[in-house]
Design a binder for this molecule. Structure first.
Ligand code: ADP
Ligand code: MG
Length: 421
């Protein structure tokens, strides 16, 4: 099977890493990939989606897997399918579950899927009136994609009103803020769950926890994610069942009724309040770094899993997961998340320790390559992943590997998975 992976981050590297080890895979392509994916397959420099689809036809690519949200929201899946190609990811219509928070919230309300009480509006007075009925903190969200910066948790009604005014005037997020959501604050703990969907059936992966803040003890600014672990002991069978029955099943059924069957990764942001899962949001692709820790826990070959999902055959697949744990620690560049940093050479010590050699690995993200040398060029540079029989063992292995990776200005959290230890 020939497979192409769209994207350039650690998420795409980690999918590629599994495909590289997969006996069913012949040729592996990345578009555009990064400085390390070229060690797993061939990087393709085509940006236009129509040209990329033609490349897939010409090179007999049997399956394309889409990593990031932007191409999905832009409709890359529709373009590939129009050429009769197999591609794993949601259509442009279904990707609105992530692309528009207004669409998502109205969908949840229509199908009685638990979510925070809210209003959606482009009218300032309506928003203010609703804010007056709430007690602080109050959550204000821009409708469109804002790169993870479009949500304000306001400490007072005044602050919430200010956030609404700035969004509606187009000042803070341009067109993405022309509609807003105002919603009640949910007090609980957060989880990410991922379901691989084929429109009607799905496979739920082990629940993960991400670490959004830059610094230890969840201090500092928000980032794309500084580390993750899975499975989390915070989820028991009962909670998994509630998520399946109350959120995933009605979402897949609802999207079929909307004539936008959901194919791809449904990423459910959940707040658990008094043991009840409430939907915070959907994303329509894997989280990064969650993907990097979920991939190594998958025992079913990745080619089979994604191919069956893309061809609506998940009902014939039995997926097995490892009973181990995985912990991923992100190593970021000096100025992340504020601004870019000077390229820095990455040096990985020879790994002589068998335990590390066999149970830890690097997923590369923001890197480029020159004459066989890797340079840190992105914000999040790489993820050190450890696997083990306990969360502690997996974490210790991940950190041992971190100690063997060097580049100028490297930055990492030292407390990944603290919630579980
Ligand atoms: N209703 C809410 N109550 C409490 N916290 C919230 C609420 N909505 C969002 N958050 C917090 O804000 C973060 C970002 O919100 P989210 O809806 O996931 O948007 P995005 O990921 O697109 O920025 C969440 O991960 C959560 O920590
Ligand atoms: Mg989110």
């Amino acid at each position: 099977m020939n497979i192409m992976v769209l994207g350039s981050g650690g998420r795409e590297y980690s999918i590629g890493r599994m495909l590289d080890k997969d006996e069913a895979v012949d040729k592996l392509y990345f578009a555009p990939g990064n400085g390390a994916t070229s060690r797993l397959g061939e990087n393709i420099e085509i940006k236009d989606y129509n040209e990329l689809a033609q490349f897939a036809v010409d090179n007999e690519i049997d399956l394309t897997i889409v990593g990031p949200e932007a191409p999905l929201v832009d409709g890359v899946v529709d373009i590939f399918k129009a050429k009769g190609l197999n591609i794993f990811g949601p259509s442009k219509e279904a990707a609105r579950l992530e692309g528009s928070k207004v669409y998502m919230k109205n969908f949840l309300a229509k199908y009685n899927i638990p979510t925070a009480a809210y209003i959606e509006t482009d009218h300032i007075e309506t928003a203010f009136k609703f804010i007056d009925t709430l007690t602080a903190p109050i959550v204000v969200k821009a409708d469109g994609l804002c790169g993870g910066k479009g949500v304000i948790i306001a400490a007072s009604k005044d602050e919430a009103k200010k956030a609404v005014s700035q969004m509606l005037s187009g000042k803070s997020f341009g067109d993405a803020g022309k509609n807003v959501i105002v919603e009640e604050f949910l007090d609980g703990y957060e989880l990410s769950m991922f379901a691989i969907c084929d429109g009607k059936d799905y496979i739920l992966l082990p629940a993960a926890q991400d670490h959004k803040r830059l610094l230890d003890a969840d201090k500092g600014p928000n980032t794309g994610g500084m580390g993750a672990y899975a499975p989390t002991p915070l989820v028991d069978e009962e909670l998994y069942q509630k998520v399946k029955d109350r959120i995933i099943r009605p979402t897949l059924d609802g999207m079929q009724s909307e004539n936008a069957p959901f194919e791809g990764v449904l990423f459910i942001g959940i707040m658990v309040v008094d043991n009840e899962p409430i939907t915070l949001e959907f994303n329509v692709r894997f989280g990064d770094p969650e993907c990097e820790i979920l991939m190594p826990l998958m025992l079913t070959p990745a080619s089979e899993l994604f191919y069956k999902a893309a061809t609506k055959q998940l009902d014939t697949l039995h997926v097995s997961f490892s009973n181990q744990y995985a912990v991923g620690v992100v190593m970021a560049s000096e100025n992340y998340p504020y601004k870019s940093s000077k390229p820095a050479e990455i040096v990985v010590d020879d790994i002589v320790h068998d335990e590390i050699e066999q149970n830890a690995h690097i997923s590369y993200a923001g890197v480029s390559e020159e004459d066989g040398v890797l340079y840190a060029t992105g914000g999040r540079v790489l993820v050190c992943v450890g696997v083990g029989d306990s969360i502690k063992q997996a974490r210790d292995r991940a950190y041992m590997l971190c100690g063997q990776v060097h580049f100028s200005g490297k930055k990492l959290r030292t407390d990944i998975a603290y919630q579980a230890l």
